[in-house]
Design a binder for this molecule. Structure first.
Ligand SMILES: Nc1ncnc2c1ncn2[C@@H]1O[C@H](COP(=O)(O)OP(=O)(O)OP(=O)(O)O)[C@@H](O)[C@H]1O
Length: 293
């Protein structure tokens, strides 16, 4: 059974922006980074998964249960991007509310996080710094035994130590059982590189694809050639050619090199690409309307 299944999901946000159609299947045991430019609909998608925002068409299922249903909320923990809503509570009050709402609440785990993250229990959340607030809400979400953890830009605003802690906590969350899944929105190539298995790329509300991170890093290369004018558009794996510096970008290094060799085109040098560069190239392709998969 998939952890998350989204079929033909659509939501009209305003007259200029329709989110979707989005389709995806996320298997248990994966850490997936949701990546897309500002305003692509990532936060709205999280809210729709939680049933906080209604979708117009299609379906969202978490472990076969429809979005927003009580059973689904029990299995899913969610850290929103904006934390202001519950700001008037103290950490202790918010923890007590969660303790009442969720039978799987663990006070022992919660106390461990309070110590570890250094969160004051009796201070109002909206009086805490942004980073401490984020740690507080993370502590609340991690104190339950959910199977799906939705994190909307969890690293934003965390100091270096906090980022390292969050890496560790995501790894520990995944180790709780083989059915754990994390979906997190991010704009940082470094975080994605450190922690994600898959990258779910969206652009202006549209689904571009789900890519295996290691596969992208292994197969994408920048290649400098002696005669870049000889490169034909049908070269296998070719993404783009930069005539100015005589290089090309390929999404399938071995196929491209084999084809260049057959055609007698001399390769001067190849270089691995940074994940951020790869994702930027994928987005550029999408903007030009050129399909990649
Ligand atoms: N409360 C709201 N009312 C009206 N429109 C909204 C609301 N929240 C978001 N939108 C619109 O929905 C679209 C998607 O916004 P959303 O916040 O989901 O994108 P995002 O990918 O999370 O962006 P970012 O990376 O900047 O956080 C945008 O066009 C935004 O203007």
């Amino acid at each position: 059974m998939n952890t998350l299944e989204i079929n033909n999901l659509q939501k009209k946000i305003d007259k200029d922006f329709v989110l979707g159609p989005l389709n995806t299947e996320i298997e248990p045991g994966s850490v997936v980074a949701l990546v897309g430019s500002n305003g692509s609909g990532k936060s709205t998608l999280f809210q729709m998964i939680m049933g906080l925002v209604k979708h117009d068409e299609g379906s969202i299922k978490v472990m076969n249960v429809n979005a927003g249903e009580p059973e689904m909320k029990k299995s899913t923990a969610y850290l929103p991007q904006s934390l202001v809503v519950q700001g008037k509570f103290t950490m202790r009050q918010l923890a007590d509310l969660n303790k009442l709402a969720f039978a799987d609440w663990s006070e022992t785990i919660f106390q461990e996080y309070v110590q570890k993250f250094g969160i004051p229990l009796n201070k109002r959340l909206d009086k805490m710094s942004g980073g401490i607030q984020k740690k507080a809400f993370l502590a609340i979400q991690l104190s339950r035994s959910s199977s799906l953890l939705l994190l909307d830009e969890p690293y934003a605003g965390l100091d270096f130590a906090g980022q390292e802690m969050l890496d560790e906590e995501i790894i520990k969350y995944m180790e709780r059982s083989e059915n754990q899944t994390v979906l997190f929105a991010s704009h940082s190539g470094d975080e994605i590189k450190r922690i994600a298995d898959y990258i779910w790329l969206v652009h202006q509300g549209r689904h571009i694809g789900i890519f295996e991170k290691d596969e992208l890093q292994q197969n994408w290369r920048r290649v400098w050639i002696k005669d870049s004018l000889a490169i034909k558009n049908d070269t296998p794996g070719l993404i783009s050619v930069n005539q100015a510096d005589g290089s090309l970008i390929t999404k399938n290094n071995s196929q491209t090199l084999e084809s260049l060799k057959k055609k007698g085109i001399e390769v001067l040098h190849t270089q691995p690409m940074d994940l951020r560069e790869i994702l930027t190239e994928l987005l550029k392709k999408e903007e030009k309307g050129e399909k990649l998969i």
